[in-house]
Design a protein around this ligand. Structure first.
Ligand SMILES: Cc1ncc(COP(=O)(O)O)c(C=O)c1O
Length: 398
Protein backbone atom coordinates (compact mmCIF):
# COMPACT_ATOMS: atom_id res chain seq x y z
CA UNK A 1 0.00 0.00 0.00
CA UNK A 2 1.41 3.44 -0.95
CA UNK A 3 1.38 5.82 2.00
CA UNK A 4 0.96 9.55 1.56
CA UNK A 5 4.16 11.57 1.19
CA UNK A 6 3.33 13.49 4.39
CA UNK A 7 2.83 10.41 6.51
CA UNK A 8 5.92 8.71 5.12
CA UNK A 9 8.02 11.53 6.56
CA UNK A 10 6.39 11.24 9.99
CA UNK A 11 8.53 9.64 12.72
CA UNK A 12 6.86 8.15 15.81
CA UNK A 13 6.89 10.33 18.93
CA UNK A 14 10.39 9.81 20.40
CA UNK A 15 9.15 9.78 23.98
CA UNK A 16 6.54 7.14 23.22
CA UNK A 17 9.14 5.17 21.22
CA UNK A 18 11.63 5.33 24.13
CA UNK A 19 8.92 4.14 26.54
CA UNK A 20 8.08 1.28 24.17
CA UNK A 21 11.73 0.15 24.13
CA UNK A 22 11.77 0.18 27.93
CA UNK A 23 8.52 -1.83 28.00
CA UNK A 24 10.01 -4.40 25.65
CA UNK A 25 12.90 -5.02 28.08
CA UNK A 26 10.43 -5.16 30.99
CA UNK A 27 8.41 -7.80 29.16
CA UNK A 28 11.54 -9.97 29.20
CA UNK A 29 11.48 -9.81 32.99
CA UNK A 30 14.22 -7.14 33.25
CA UNK A 31 13.86 -4.43 35.90
CA UNK A 32 13.98 -1.13 34.03
CA UNK A 33 14.50 2.28 35.66
CA UNK A 34 11.93 4.10 33.59
CA UNK A 35 12.19 7.90 33.28
CA UNK A 36 10.89 8.48 29.77
CA UNK A 37 7.25 9.47 29.95
CA UNK A 38 5.96 12.84 31.04
CA UNK A 39 3.20 11.29 33.06
CA UNK A 40 2.46 11.80 36.77
CA UNK A 41 2.66 8.47 38.62
CA UNK A 42 -0.27 9.46 40.89
CA UNK A 43 -3.70 7.94 40.39
CA UNK A 44 -6.32 10.50 39.37
CA UNK A 45 -7.80 12.01 42.58
CA UNK A 46 -10.82 10.20 43.99
CA UNK A 47 -13.42 12.98 43.61
CA UNK A 48 -12.59 13.15 39.89
CA UNK A 49 -12.90 9.39 39.46
CA UNK A 50 -16.22 9.49 41.34
CA UNK A 51 -17.53 12.22 39.03
CA UNK A 52 -16.79 9.99 36.05
CA UNK A 53 -18.68 7.07 37.63
CA UNK A 54 -21.66 9.31 38.41
CA UNK A 55 -21.61 10.65 34.84
CA UNK A 56 -21.84 7.11 33.47
CA UNK A 57 -24.64 6.21 35.88
CA UNK A 58 -26.52 9.37 34.94
CA UNK A 59 -26.39 8.33 31.30
CA UNK A 60 -23.84 10.86 30.04
CA UNK A 61 -22.61 8.30 27.58
CA UNK A 62 -23.65 9.94 24.33
CA UNK A 63 -22.25 12.41 21.84
CA UNK A 64 -21.79 15.90 23.21
CA UNK A 65 -21.35 19.15 21.28
CA UNK A 66 -18.09 18.75 19.32
CA UNK A 67 -16.37 21.55 21.27
CA UNK A 68 -17.37 19.97 24.59
CA UNK A 69 -20.25 20.33 27.07
CA UNK A 70 -21.13 23.87 28.11
CA UNK A 71 -20.59 22.98 31.77
CA UNK A 72 -16.94 22.12 31.09
CA UNK A 73 -16.29 25.09 28.83
CA UNK A 74 -17.72 27.30 31.62
CA UNK A 75 -15.54 25.55 34.22
CA UNK A 76 -12.47 26.18 32.04
CA UNK A 77 -13.32 29.89 31.72
CA UNK A 78 -14.01 30.18 35.48
CA UNK A 79 -10.74 28.46 36.38
CA UNK A 80 -8.82 30.66 33.97
CA UNK A 81 -10.46 33.81 35.35
CA UNK A 82 -9.72 32.71 38.93
CA UNK A 83 -6.09 31.93 38.21
CA UNK A 84 -5.13 34.66 35.75
CA UNK A 85 -7.77 37.38 36.01
CA UNK A 86 -8.42 37.10 32.25
CA UNK A 87 -11.95 36.62 30.94
CA UNK A 88 -12.93 34.21 28.18
CA UNK A 89 -16.42 33.11 27.15
CA UNK A 90 -17.40 29.43 26.72
CA UNK A 91 -17.79 30.22 23.00
CA UNK A 92 -14.01 30.74 22.93
CA UNK A 93 -13.20 27.23 24.17
CA UNK A 94 -12.74 23.99 22.25
CA UNK A 95 -12.24 20.89 24.39
CA UNK A 96 -10.24 18.19 22.61
CA UNK A 97 -8.77 14.73 23.05
CA UNK A 98 -5.79 15.92 25.09
CA UNK A 99 -3.65 19.02 24.67
CA UNK A 100 -1.76 17.33 21.84
CA UNK A 101 -5.00 17.26 19.85
CA UNK A 102 -5.58 20.93 20.75
CA UNK A 103 -2.16 21.81 19.34
CA UNK A 104 -2.95 19.87 16.20
CA UNK A 105 -6.20 21.83 15.85
CA UNK A 106 -4.37 25.15 16.21
CA UNK A 107 -1.68 24.46 13.62
CA UNK A 108 -4.17 22.89 11.20
CA UNK A 109 -6.55 25.83 11.54
CA UNK A 110 -3.81 28.42 10.97
CA UNK A 111 -1.01 26.96 8.90
CA UNK A 112 -0.43 25.53 5.46
CA UNK A 113 2.20 25.22 2.75
CA UNK A 114 4.37 28.33 2.50
CA UNK A 115 3.82 29.36 6.11
CA UNK A 116 6.57 29.40 8.73
CA UNK A 117 6.17 28.54 12.39
CA UNK A 118 8.77 29.66 14.90
CA UNK A 119 9.67 27.05 17.50
CA UNK A 120 12.31 27.74 20.16
CA UNK A 121 14.55 24.69 20.70
CA UNK A 122 14.71 22.52 22.72
CA UNK A 123 11.04 21.89 21.98
CA UNK A 124 8.47 19.24 22.75
CA UNK A 125 8.79 16.41 20.23
CA UNK A 126 5.40 16.80 18.58
CA UNK A 127 5.65 20.52 17.76
CA UNK A 128 7.72 20.23 14.59
CA UNK A 129 5.96 17.03 13.47
CA UNK A 130 2.50 18.61 13.79
CA UNK A 131 3.63 21.71 11.89
CA UNK A 132 5.11 19.58 9.10
CA UNK A 133 1.82 17.67 8.80
CA UNK A 134 0.17 20.91 7.68
CA UNK A 135 2.81 21.50 4.99
CA UNK A 136 4.15 24.55 6.86
CA UNK A 137 7.84 24.89 7.75
CA UNK A 138 9.14 24.84 11.34
CA UNK A 139 11.73 27.56 11.91
CA UNK A 140 13.82 26.42 14.84
CA UNK A 141 15.39 29.06 17.09
CA UNK A 142 18.24 27.64 19.15
CA UNK A 143 18.39 28.66 22.80
CA UNK A 144 21.26 27.87 25.15
CA UNK A 145 21.72 26.41 28.59
CA UNK A 146 23.37 29.70 29.57
CA UNK A 147 20.16 31.62 28.79
CA UNK A 148 18.18 29.06 30.77
CA UNK A 149 16.83 27.78 27.43
CA UNK A 150 14.72 30.91 27.00
CA UNK A 151 14.29 32.66 23.67
CA UNK A 152 14.97 36.39 23.78
CA UNK A 153 12.79 38.99 22.08
CA UNK A 154 15.73 39.77 19.77
CA UNK A 155 15.94 36.11 18.72
CA UNK A 156 12.19 36.01 18.14
CA UNK A 157 12.30 39.18 16.08
CA UNK A 158 15.26 37.95 14.01
CA UNK A 159 13.40 34.74 13.11
CA UNK A 160 10.31 36.55 11.77
CA UNK A 161 9.85 36.75 8.00
CA UNK A 162 6.86 37.79 5.93
CA UNK A 163 5.83 34.11 5.95
CA UNK A 164 5.74 33.76 9.74
CA UNK A 165 2.32 32.67 10.91
CA UNK A 166 2.80 31.41 14.42
CA UNK A 167 5.10 31.17 17.41
CA UNK A 168 4.80 27.96 19.45
CA UNK A 169 5.80 28.81 23.00
CA UNK A 170 5.83 26.32 25.83
CA UNK A 171 6.11 27.81 29.30
CA UNK A 172 7.14 26.03 31.52
CA UNK A 173 8.91 23.95 28.93
CA UNK A 174 9.09 20.29 28.13
CA UNK A 175 11.90 19.10 27.89
CA UNK A 176 14.02 21.74 29.67
CA UNK A 177 11.77 22.79 32.55
CA UNK A 178 12.59 26.39 31.56
CA UNK A 179 10.17 28.93 33.00
CA UNK A 180 10.24 32.38 31.43
CA UNK A 181 10.65 35.44 33.60
CA UNK A 182 7.65 37.75 33.45
CA UNK A 183 9.79 40.44 31.82
CA UNK A 184 11.09 37.97 29.25
CA UNK A 185 7.58 36.83 28.45
CA UNK A 186 6.27 40.37 28.15
CA UNK A 187 9.04 41.29 25.71
CA UNK A 188 8.02 38.34 23.50
CA UNK A 189 4.39 39.45 23.76
CA UNK A 190 5.30 42.94 22.59
CA UNK A 191 7.09 41.58 19.52
CA UNK A 192 4.10 39.34 18.72
CA UNK A 193 1.74 42.34 18.83
CA UNK A 194 4.03 44.69 16.89
CA UNK A 195 4.82 42.12 14.19
CA UNK A 196 1.29 40.67 14.09
CA UNK A 197 2.28 37.07 14.91
CA UNK A 198 -0.13 34.62 16.53
CA UNK A 199 1.25 32.87 19.62
CA UNK A 200 0.26 29.36 20.61
CA UNK A 201 0.99 29.47 24.33
CA UNK A 202 1.19 25.90 25.61
CA UNK A 203 0.60 26.27 29.35
CA UNK A 204 0.04 22.60 30.19
CA UNK A 205 2.63 22.80 33.02
CA UNK A 206 1.30 26.09 34.47
CA UNK A 207 0.59 24.60 37.90
CA UNK A 208 3.97 22.90 38.18
CA UNK A 209 6.18 25.85 39.10
CA UNK A 210 9.00 25.64 41.65
CA UNK A 211 10.63 28.01 44.07
CA UNK A 212 12.00 31.19 42.60
CA UNK A 213 9.99 30.95 39.37
CA UNK A 214 6.73 32.69 38.56
CA UNK A 215 4.03 31.92 36.06
CA UNK A 216 1.88 34.33 34.11
CA UNK A 217 -0.40 33.30 31.29
CA UNK A 218 0.59 34.81 27.94
CA UNK A 219 -2.89 36.26 27.39
CA UNK A 220 -2.63 38.17 30.68
CA UNK A 221 -0.24 40.77 29.23
CA UNK A 222 -3.08 42.94 27.89
CA UNK A 223 -6.04 42.87 25.52
CA UNK A 224 -3.80 43.42 22.48
CA UNK A 225 -1.72 40.37 23.45
CA UNK A 226 -4.80 38.29 24.23
CA UNK A 227 -6.10 39.03 20.72
CA UNK A 228 -2.98 37.39 19.27
CA UNK A 229 -2.85 34.45 21.70
CA UNK A 230 -4.21 30.92 21.66
CA UNK A 231 -3.85 29.26 25.05
CA UNK A 232 -3.43 25.49 25.13
CA UNK A 233 -3.93 23.68 28.42
CA UNK A 234 -5.51 20.53 29.80
CA UNK A 235 -6.03 18.16 32.70
CA UNK A 236 -3.25 15.66 31.96
CA UNK A 237 -0.36 16.97 34.03
CA UNK A 238 -1.85 19.00 36.90
CA UNK A 239 -4.61 16.51 37.76
CA UNK A 240 -2.78 13.26 36.87
CA UNK A 241 -5.32 12.64 34.09
CA UNK A 242 -3.13 11.65 31.14
CA UNK A 243 -5.36 8.72 30.17
CA UNK A 244 -8.59 10.70 30.20
CA UNK A 245 -7.53 12.76 27.18
CA UNK A 246 -8.88 16.19 27.95
CA UNK A 247 -7.15 19.31 26.61
CA UNK A 248 -8.48 22.66 25.40
CA UNK A 249 -7.85 25.94 23.69
CA UNK A 250 -8.86 29.42 24.75
CA UNK A 251 -8.77 31.66 21.71
CA UNK A 252 -10.40 34.51 19.81
CA UNK A 253 -13.87 33.52 18.59
CA UNK A 254 -13.09 33.28 14.87
CA UNK A 255 -10.28 30.76 15.24
CA UNK A 256 -12.30 28.88 17.88
CA UNK A 257 -15.10 28.42 15.35
CA UNK A 258 -12.61 27.16 12.77
CA UNK A 259 -11.14 24.65 15.23
CA UNK A 260 -14.61 23.50 16.27
CA UNK A 261 -15.50 22.91 12.59
CA UNK A 262 -12.29 20.98 12.12
CA UNK A 263 -12.85 18.86 15.21
CA UNK A 264 -16.48 18.22 14.30
CA UNK A 265 -15.27 16.66 11.02
CA UNK A 266 -12.29 14.83 12.47
CA UNK A 267 -13.09 13.34 15.86
CA UNK A 268 -16.33 14.90 17.12
CA UNK A 269 -16.36 15.49 20.87
CA UNK A 270 -13.79 14.19 23.33
CA UNK A 271 -15.02 11.37 25.61
CA UNK A 272 -18.24 12.48 27.36
CA UNK A 273 -17.32 10.78 30.65
CA UNK A 274 -13.88 12.38 30.73
CA UNK A 275 -15.52 15.76 30.22
CA UNK A 276 -17.60 15.34 33.37
CA UNK A 277 -14.48 14.22 35.23
CA UNK A 278 -12.72 17.38 34.02
CA UNK A 279 -15.58 19.53 35.38
CA UNK A 280 -14.96 17.96 38.80
CA UNK A 281 -11.20 18.54 38.44
CA UNK A 282 -11.62 22.25 37.69
CA UNK A 283 -14.58 23.07 39.95
CA UNK A 284 -13.62 20.78 42.83
CA UNK A 285 -11.06 21.19 45.62
CA UNK A 286 -7.57 22.03 44.40
CA UNK A 287 -5.66 20.50 47.35
CA UNK A 288 -4.75 17.51 45.19
CA UNK A 289 -2.83 19.78 42.83
CA UNK A 290 -0.95 21.36 45.72
CA UNK A 291 -0.16 17.96 47.23
CA UNK A 292 1.23 16.63 43.96
CA UNK A 293 3.29 19.80 43.57
CA UNK A 294 4.90 19.20 46.96
CA UNK A 295 5.87 15.67 45.86
CA UNK A 296 7.23 16.93 42.53
CA UNK A 297 9.26 19.63 44.36
CA UNK A 298 10.85 17.02 46.61
CA UNK A 299 11.68 14.83 43.64
CA UNK A 300 13.16 17.79 41.78
CA UNK A 301 15.38 18.63 44.78
CA UNK A 302 16.53 15.03 44.92
CA UNK A 303 17.27 14.88 41.18
CA UNK A 304 19.20 18.16 41.26
CA UNK A 305 21.24 16.92 44.21
CA UNK A 306 22.08 13.63 42.46
CA UNK A 307 22.95 15.37 39.19
CA UNK A 308 25.24 17.77 41.04
CA UNK A 309 27.21 14.75 42.28
CA UNK A 310 27.95 13.54 38.75
CA UNK A 311 31.02 15.17 37.22
CA UNK A 312 30.86 16.51 33.68
CA UNK A 313 27.08 16.94 33.61
CA UNK A 314 25.49 20.36 33.20
CA UNK A 315 21.93 21.64 33.12
CA UNK A 316 19.82 24.75 33.48
CA UNK A 317 17.88 24.33 36.73
CA UNK A 318 14.28 23.53 35.80
CA UNK A 319 11.88 26.19 37.10
CA UNK A 320 8.79 24.20 36.19
CA UNK A 321 7.34 20.95 34.74
CA UNK A 322 8.87 17.64 35.85
CA UNK A 323 11.96 17.16 33.72
CA UNK A 324 15.69 17.45 34.15
CA UNK A 325 17.40 18.08 30.82
CA UNK A 326 21.12 17.59 31.13
CA UNK A 327 24.18 17.60 28.92
CA UNK A 328 26.06 14.30 28.80
CA UNK A 329 28.39 15.11 25.89
CA UNK A 330 31.49 15.02 28.13
CA UNK A 331 30.92 11.25 28.28
CA UNK A 332 31.07 10.81 24.51
CA UNK A 333 34.18 9.00 23.28
CA UNK A 334 34.79 7.29 26.63
CA UNK A 335 34.11 3.65 27.53
CA UNK A 336 30.76 3.35 29.33
CA UNK A 337 29.05 0.62 31.31
CA UNK A 338 30.07 -3.01 31.82
CA UNK A 339 30.59 -3.50 28.07
CA UNK A 340 32.80 -0.39 27.78
CA UNK A 341 30.68 0.93 24.90
CA UNK A 342 31.83 4.14 23.26
CA UNK A 343 29.16 6.53 21.98
CA UNK A 344 29.35 9.85 20.22
CA UNK A 345 25.80 11.15 20.43
CA UNK A 346 22.89 11.31 22.86
CA UNK A 347 20.76 8.76 21.00
CA UNK A 348 23.47 6.10 21.21
CA UNK A 349 24.12 7.13 24.81
CA UNK A 350 20.45 6.42 25.67
CA UNK A 351 20.49 3.10 23.82
CA UNK A 352 23.66 1.93 25.63
CA UNK A 353 22.31 3.17 28.97
CA UNK A 354 19.09 1.24 28.47
CA UNK A 355 20.72 -1.94 27.21
CA UNK A 356 23.59 -2.08 29.71
CA UNK A 357 22.25 -0.34 32.83
CA UNK A 358 18.49 -0.59 32.20
CA UNK A 359 17.93 3.11 32.71
CA UNK A 360 15.47 4.63 30.23
CA UNK A 361 15.93 8.32 29.31
CA UNK A 362 14.93 10.19 26.16
CA UNK A 363 17.59 11.51 23.79
CA UNK A 364 17.87 15.27 23.38
CA UNK A 365 18.16 14.70 19.62
CA UNK A 366 14.38 14.24 19.61
CA UNK A 367 13.93 17.71 21.13
CA UNK A 368 16.39 19.48 18.81
CA UNK A 369 19.15 19.46 21.45
CA UNK A 370 22.06 17.15 20.58
CA UNK A 371 24.26 16.21 23.54
CA UNK A 372 21.37 16.33 26.02
CA UNK A 373 19.09 13.73 27.59
CA UNK A 374 15.75 14.14 29.36
CA UNK A 375 14.85 12.52 32.63
CA UNK A 376 11.25 12.72 33.80
CA UNK A 377 11.00 12.92 37.58
CA UNK A 378 7.28 12.21 37.63
CA UNK A 379 8.07 9.13 39.63
CA UNK A 380 8.76 8.27 43.28
CA UNK A 381 12.05 8.98 45.09
CA UNK A 382 12.93 5.29 45.61
CA UNK A 383 12.72 4.68 41.89
CA UNK A 384 14.76 7.81 41.24
CA UNK A 385 17.38 6.66 43.74
CA UNK A 386 17.72 3.23 42.13
CA UNK A 387 17.88 4.82 38.67
CA UNK A 388 20.57 7.31 39.67
CA UNK A 389 22.63 4.53 41.28
CA UNK A 390 22.44 2.60 38.00
CA UNK A 391 23.26 5.72 35.96
CA UNK A 392 26.29 6.46 38.12
CA UNK A 393 27.44 2.84 37.82
CA UNK A 394 27.14 3.15 34.02
CA UNK A 395 29.15 6.38 34.02
CA UNK A 396 31.55 4.89 36.56
CA UNK A 397 31.27 7.95 38.79
CA UNK A 398 30.33 6.31 42.09
C1 LIG B 1 4.50 20.57 26.28
C2 LIG B 1 3.39 19.61 26.14
N1 LIG B 1 2.27 20.00 25.52
C3 LIG B 1 1.25 19.18 25.36
C4 LIG B 1 1.29 17.89 25.83
C5 LIG B 1 0.12 16.99 25.56
O1 LIG B 1 -0.63 16.70 26.67
P1 LIG B 1 -1.89 15.72 26.56
O2 LIG B 1 -1.49 14.48 27.26
O3 LIG B 1 -2.99 16.44 27.24
O4 LIG B 1 -2.17 15.48 25.13
C6 LIG B 1 2.42 17.43 26.48
C7 LIG B 1 2.51 16.03 26.95
O5 LIG B 1 3.56 15.49 27.20
C8 LIG B 1 3.50 18.32 26.66
O6 LIG B 1 4.60 17.95 27.29
Amino acid sequence: MRLSATVQKLAPSATIAAAAKAKELKSKGIKVHEFTLGEPDFITPEHIREAAKSAMDAGHTHYTPSAGILELRKAICDAYQRETGVTYQPSQVVVSNGAKHSIHNVVTALCGPGDEVIIPAPYWVSYSALVELTGATPVIVETSEESGFRMSAAQFEAAITDRTKLLMLNNPCNPTGAAYTLAGLESLARVAVERDIVVLSDEIYDKLIYDGSEFKSFAAFGEDVKAKTIIVNGCSKAYAMTGWRIGWTLAPTEVTKAMDNLQSQQTSNPCSISQYAAVAALNGPQDCVAEMLVAFSQRREYVLQRLAEIPGISLATPGGAFYAFFNVSSYFGKPLGPAGKIVDNASDFCTALLEDAHVALVTGDAFGAPGYVRLSFATDINSLKAGFDALQGFLDTK
